[in-house]
Structures are given as C-alpha cells and as structure tokens.
Design a protein. Structure first.
Length: 207
C-alpha cells in the first residue's frame, strides 16, 4: 500500500489558502487510492518542540531521540510527502522549520551519499499574500521556495513540485482590490493542479 505523509502548518484554520489546496490534493489521492495510508500532522494544532541539544546529540536509541526517530520514520515510510508551507514574514512557519530540523539527520537523511528520503516525491503548497514572480516589485524576496528547494531537494534528495497560490491578501486589503481576479485565478489553478498531480502520483505509488 502506498503512503502519503500530509503536513499542514497554517494557523489560519478554515481560512487557510494552503490548507484548501493540500485538502484538495488529499481528497483526490484518497479517492484514487482508498486502500492507501495517510499519515497526518497538523503542526499548527499540535506543534512539535524545536530541536534541542539533548535530542540533537542523543544516541539513536536514547529516549531523547524518540521524537526524531518517529518523524524520520514517517517520512521514510511515505511514498509522497505533502507540505503546506504558507509564507510568514517572507519565509516558512517556524513549526515547519522545527519539523525539518528534527528530520535533518546527518548520515541518514542528509550529508550522506544515499539519503534515506532520496527519490521520493514531495509536493509543497507555498501560498503567499502577494506575488514574488519575476517582474513584480517583490521579486527576489521569496525565502520559502528557495529554502525548501535546498533542504528538500538538494539535501534530502526529494523530487519537489511547488504549487503556489498567490495574492491571497487581495480580497481583504483595499489597495489590492484590483488584483482579486488574479487571486481567484491563482486559487483555482492551484486546486486544479493539486488534484491533477494527486491523481498522477496516486497511480504511480499504487503501481
């Protein structure tokens, strides 16, 4: 059976744009692969502690290493990793950074010739209130996608796809009112992309 590791990090609950897209992906995945397994973590509702020295330096069998072992094994068990990564103050939520710090284990998931997560698919829903595309005033100030391409792609060896719902503040910020149609188009495109990709990856994982 194929396994999906689904991690949400937005603190916005039902108003979250990243959660809307990860939910669309997961619904499609489960419809296509109902016999599969989903491991779910909501890091906003149940945040994991930041990595501390006792866990970082602990032997792999020590009690202090137990959470790291669990998080790493969940990622290793997954065929596909689905991450909701909204932009908070130009970068990822601290809860997602905490997860990455626990999973970033030298000699196993990182800094090794054969990282244990290498080759798995990862889908990142990187929502943001504005737009950081080339040609926009904020181009170059996106520290979500660049950071996750490095950690997930280059370090962990995951095959990463980004889905980017943008301009999510447009409906609520008067000065962005003229961008609402672009926001709506981005939201619709993101959900459609998530559903299409979920269908594709579920078929691949089940094969």
């Amino acid at each position: 059976m194929a396994t999906l590791l689904h991690i949400d990090t937005s603190f916005s609950g039902e108003n979250s744009h990243s959660r809307a897209v990860t939910a669309a992906f997961r619904r499609t995945w489960e419809a296509e692969h109902p016999e599969g397994t989903v491991i779910y973590r909501d890091l906003a509702a149940e945040p994991i502690p930041h990595l501390e020295a006792d866990a970082y330096y602990a032997d792999s069998e020590a009690p202090a290493f137990a959470l790291r072992r669990q998080l790493i094994e969940e990622a290793e068990q997954a065929d596909v990793i689905l991450l909701g990564a909204p932009m908070y103050n130009y970068t990822i939520p601290s809860t997602l950074k905490a997860w990455l710090d626990h999973v970033f284990l030298v000699g196993r998931t990182s800094i090794t010739e054969n990282p244990s997560l290498a080759g798995k698919r990862a889908v990142v829903v990187a929502s943001r209130g504005g737009s950081y595309r080339e040609g926009t005033p904020m181009h170059g100030n996106d520290y979500v996608e660049s950071y996750l391409r490095l950690t997930l792609g280059e370090v962990f060896g995951l095959d990463v796809t980004f889905i980017v719902p943008e301009l999510t503040l447009a409906p609520n910020v008067p000065t962005m009112a003229g961008l609402v149609p672009l926001y709506e188009a981005s939201a619709a495109e993101s959900r459609a992309t998530a559903e299409s990709l979920a269908k594709e990856l579920a078929v691949q994982a089940a094969a």
